[in-house]
Design a binder for this molecule. Structure first.
Ligand code: AFP
Length: 357
């Protein structure tokens, strides 16, 4: 019976009592975020019935921007700006931080988000999502500058994603575990369906865009080649590979059954240390993954400890089942120590020379 289930609103109000002071303000902010995600879920679900869905433009980073990117960004701003809990927002779709309208009551939180992640999948009806992160503004700040958003992931007070797939879901952490909610469209409420989500420490599934192989650093190539070698290689087990090109969908799969997601630094453009953004993609996902018992790293540093230098900074991302993240980090450490890595498997002596001495 739906009324016996816990709604998202009930969950965050009860959690706010756990966190005490300021909890009610955070609960009110997250309630606005969930409302925005419902609006976006409806807009996404209308698909080609959205009049302007076909047109494309270019965002501030020169990336293809779909109308739903713009619509979703607008929904997040309009739905979250008026509640009085925020004093500023940063979005992937805007070059500068969003300044609240003059006279609008300000609160102590900052909201950073990617309003529609994976939007290159919109036209082909694949799963997309919204990623968000909540930070505290520095004391006394009413109109934050970009510098006020430059906080490490450990400073996040909440993080989550909305998933617009076959089922619309909202997955969130307030620093006390990870909890999943399914949108009941009859009631118009997200209902608690996945309490205390946990990521298994081991996995036989990895996700990477293999078309970038020629640009990968040797430790990444070693890791992937060992997985592909399967039972015949050093891992002694077969692996499966996935790549949806929608981070929210990849992370949700890992939340449900484990796995390793990689978007590593590559040599294609050394001015870009990766494709994904630290503040509103890597950090919220890293908080969720760690809270679910997984691990998240740049492959050389714990993701949540990276000190941001710009609000749209890119970062290499490795996250998921802890034992696989730790293995890949060890491979990078060996490489950075100058150890040449070689496979003992005859399969690889012809394909790549990595020797662990
Ligand atoms: P879009 O939002 O432009 O579709 O990018 C999605 C994304 O930021 C992330 O969700 C994917 O994991 C990654 O990019 C896919 O990148 P590739 O297209 O290079 O595989």
């Amino acid at each position: 019976m739906p009324h016996r289930r816990t709604t998202f609103s009930k969950f965050i109000i009860e959690d706010s009592r756990r966190t005490g002071a300021g909890g009610a303000e955070l609960a009110a902010l997250l309630n606005d975020v969930q409302t925005a995600c419902k609006f976006i879920a409806v807009a996404v679900a209308r698909g080609a019935m959205n009049e302007a869905i076909a047109a494309t433009a270019t965002n501030v980073h020169g990336e293809t921007q779909k109308p739903l990117d713009v619509i979703s960004n607008e929904i997040m701003l309009r739905t979250c700006e008026y509640g009085g809990q925020l004093c500023g927002m940063v979005s992937e779709e805007m070059e500068e931080p969003y300044r609240l309208p003059q006279g609008q009551p300000r609160g102590r939180y900052l909201l950073v988000f990617d309003p529609l992640d994976g939007s290159s999948n919109i036209d082909v009806n694949m799963t997309v999502g919204t990623i968000f992160s909540v930070l505290l503004a520095p004391p006394g700040v009413a109109d934050p500058t970009a510098g006020d958003f430059l906080q490490p992931g450990t400073a996040q007070v909440a993080a989550g994603y909305a998933l617009y797939g076959p089922v619309s879901m909202l997955v969130i952490t307030l620093g006390n575990g990870v909890h999943g909610f399914t949108l009941d469209r009859e009631i118009g409420a997200y209902m608690l369906t996945h309490p205390d989500m946990r990521i298994p420490p081991q996995t036989r599934e990895f996700a990477i865009n293999a078309s970038n192989e020629r640009f990968w650093e040797p430790p990444v190539r070693r890791y992937v080649e060992e997985c592909i070698a399967g039972k015949t290689g050093p891992r002694g087990a077969d692996f499966n590979m996935r790549w949806i090109a929608s981070m929210v969908a990849e992370v949700h799969r890992i939340m449900i059954r484990g796995g390793l997601f990689m978007y590593p630094r590559d040599t294609r453009d050394t001015s870009k240390p990766g494709r994904l953004r630290l503040l509103y993609e890597a950090n919220p996902m890293a908080m969720l993954v760690e809270q679910a018992g997984g691990a998240a790293s740049t492959a050389r540093q714990r993701m949540l400890e990276v000190m941001p230098t710009t609000i749209h900074q890119r970062v290499p991302v490795v996250l998921g089942s802890s034992e696989e993240v730790e293995r890949l980090v060890r491979y990078h450490e060996a490489y950075d120590r100058g150890e040449s890595l070689v496979f003992d498997s005859p399969l690889f002596n012809t394909r790549s020379l990595f020797r662990v001495t």
